[in-house]
Design a protein around this ligand. Structure first.
Ligand code: AQP
Length: 326
């Protein structure tokens, strides 16, 4: 079974990225062939600083390693280094109806967030993602709920290509976390937690203890003072309960019982303590990897070589089927 997934190097990784994506990657790397990418070409579809991009790539890869991903088991590389991703995205664009891209929720949300930056790359984002996934004959794509729609579109594109030109691609399936597939913002709990939002809206994997406590203590809740999961009526406290449950491995019902008749302040203090304890290992590991630049470059180059072999073989088949010169 082959796994593919990636993250945009756009800022500090938060607990949503961890629970929705990386935690599943850690479990899957034990039992499948995994390919984990740093999707820099996706990162440039929203406003970014070119001078910061390389730093963000390195920071993201250190986060992968600090989280426990293992280069001896899985392939890691930078998306832009394998030219076939962009090439295949162009070809897939020729069989994808424009309407499919325009209806994607992420396109609509990101276009609303950056009205001055609605570029064709943003519209084509799912084509590049389909190309990332399909080029490696991926079976499963572990992502957060926000990316489910894009994986489903990749599946549709694979089917259309196979029906039109002959079978080349596998139809990939999405792999979602049972809990934590959509962690919400701490300040606006009806929106998902995001790397590029206000820093107070997320708990980052490498946040210091005092920052974790500060952000949790002021996280938006409601005036009811009842610790009960109700995502529609009580999105703030429900999100905090989900986070507590994911990091403590306790079911939400049990946490509700434990904190029955106890105010939000004490619950938030306990949640801060839990997060500080559970995230400490990431901070420690991050320090360990920070100065290993040569080792990091070597791992990425080795991963690139392995990925290149698979990508080139798929592209050869695609071109053959489409009647293009090889
Ligand atoms: N809030 C979330 N809850 C659960 N999973 C999430 N993911 C993102 N946010 C949450 C998952 O993390 C992986 C990496 O995301 P990405 O960087 O590729 O893009 P994104 O979905 O746009 O993530 P962000 O954090 O919101 O970044 P920015 O601010 O750059 O747009 C994906 O698997 C995603 O589903």
């Amino acid at each position: 079974m082959r796994i593919f997934s990636g993250i945009r190097p756009t800022g500090e990784l938060h607990i949503g990225n961890y629970l929705g994506a990386i935690k599943q990657w850690l479990a899957l790397q034990k039992r499948a062939e995994c390919i984990f990418c740093i999707v820099d070409l996706h990162a440039i579809t929203t406003p970014y600083e070119p001078k910061e991009l390389q730093k963000n790539i390195k920071k993201l890869f250190i986060a992968y390693l600090a989280a426990g991903l293992n280069p001896k088991k899985s392939i890691f590389f930078i998306q832009s280094q394998i030219k076939e991703h962009s090439e295949l995205a162009w070809l897939l664009g020729t069989i994808t109806p424009l309407g499919e891209l325009k209806r994607m929720t992420q396109f609509k949300e990101k276009a609303k967030k950056h009205p001055e930056y609605i570029n064709v790359g943003l519209l084509n984002y799912p084509l590049l993602m389909a190309s990332d996934i399909l080029i490696y004959n991926t079976d499963l794509v572990p992502v957060g709920k926000d990316q489910q729609q894009h994986v489903e579109l990749s599946r549709l594109i694979a089917r259309k290509f196979n029906n039109t030109f002959g079978k080349v691609f596998k139809e990939p399936k999405v792999f979602l976390a049972k809990s934590g597939a959509k962690i919400m913002s701490l300040t606006e709990p009806t929106k998902k937690m995001s790397k590029t939002d206000n820093p107070n809206s997320s708990i980052d994997l490498f946040d210091k203890a005092e920052d974790i406590r500060k952000k949790i203590m002021v996280a938006t809740t409601d005036s009811e003072k009842i610790i009960k999961y109700d995502a529609l009526r009580k999105p703030g406290i429900s999100n905090l309960l989900t986070i507590y449950s994911c990091f403590s491995n306790k079911p939400i019902k049990e946490i509700e019982k434990e904190f029955k008749n106890i105010g939000y302040r004490i619950f938030k203090e306990k949640l801060s303590q839990l997060l500080i304890e559970k995230l400490e290992i990431f901070r420690k590991k991050e320090k360990e990897f920070k100065n290993k630049t040569a080792e990091i470059e070597k791992i990425l180059k080795q991963g690139e070589k392995r990925a290149q072999i698979i990508a080139s073989a798929t592209m050869k088949k695609v071109k053959e089927k489409m009647g293009l010169s090889k």
